[in-house]
Design a protein around this ligand. Structure first.
Ligand code: OAD
Length: 245
């Protein structure tokens, strides 16, 4: 492992363009539950049962209750060593970060140039898509009750401002993420690498000639594709990479 880390660290310091794709594993030690880990369940619902337009249509109060619980939990979490290392890299030249995480821990750690593929848990948007741009909830940990959560423009129901299963990503975010695939080193960190289109980015980066690296607790479908797969905790591995391996 030490020589693999030294190889990756050398590649990172020589890279003019570094791209990092992150998933829920990066925020796990901060206390944000991963989606597919044991803590992902809320009252026996799987995220796939709640993070859909069909679930919201059926029971908006239940879906809001889950998001309210998640907002309150994220408000109590702080960035960890993995977020801090990524923020350090992002403040150098040529580094771009793409995240699937709807928490704001990369931002709070000081990351620049961040593409938020799945939106922000702190935003809400109009359920009827009346044209009102997403708006930020002002008070941390407090989200609208189903009765008060309304669109400021049309008065219709508000919904969480995140991308749900089965929904398309914002096209401009897809363009930005694809542009990030033009890089010298592409790191995929803390993601199960099964949710597309994010999971396809490492393939695209490799196709465009990047040296690709996975850092994850366990093997994923990306492990067989990347040049180097490092299995361990992001909060342990990234600080070692920053220090040269
Ligand atoms: P997952 O919950 O699918 O995967 C998290 C990955 O992180 C797993 O492979 C874990 O092994 C790994 N992991 C856990 N703790 C770790 C640690 N400390 N260090 C390194 N790795 C660790 O979460 P995502 O891959 O982010 O989408 O899920 C992708 C998308 O699916 C989410 O953004 C969300 C979800 O459904 C939408 O809501 C649209």
């Amino acid at each position: 492992m030490t020589s693999a880390l030294a190889t990756v660290a050398a590649r990172i310091s020589a890279a003019a363009r570094l791209t990092i794709l992150t998933g829920a594993g990066v925020s796990a030690v901060s206390g944000v539950p991963t989606f597919r880990g044991r803590e992902g369940l809320w009252r026996n619902f799987r995220p796939e049962d709640l993070a859909t337009a069909a679930a919201f249509q059926r029971d908006p109060a239940l879906v809001w209750e889950w998001y309210r619980w998640r907002r309150e939990r994220i408000a109590r979490c702080d960035p960890n060593a993995a977020h801090r290392v990524i923020a350090t890299w992002s403040n150098g030249d040529g580094c771009r970060v793409i995240t699937q995480n709807v928490d704001d821990l990369h931002i709070r750690a000081g990351t620049r140039d961040l593409v938020r593929l799945h939106g922000s848990i702190w935003e809400s948007k109009c359920w009827r898509a009346c044209g009102q741009p997403p708006w930020r909830e002002d008070t941390r940990g407090v989200s609208p009750s189903p009765a008060s959560g309304t669109c400021p423009a049309c008065g219709g129901l508000a919904r969480p401002g995140v991308v749900w299963f089965g929904e398309s990503l914002d096209p401009s975010d897809v363009v930005s993420a694809l542009a990030c695939c033009d890089c010298d080193v592409f790191l995929t960190v803390g993601t199960s690498a099964i949710v597309h289109p994010a999971a396809g980015l490492v393939h695209e980066a490799r196709r465009r000639g990047a040296f690709t690296v996975e850092i994850n607790l366990e093997p994923t479908p990306a492990s067989a594709v990347v040049d180097v797969a490092v299995h361990g905790r992001a909060e342990d591995i990234l600080p070692r990479l920053l220090q040269g391996g």
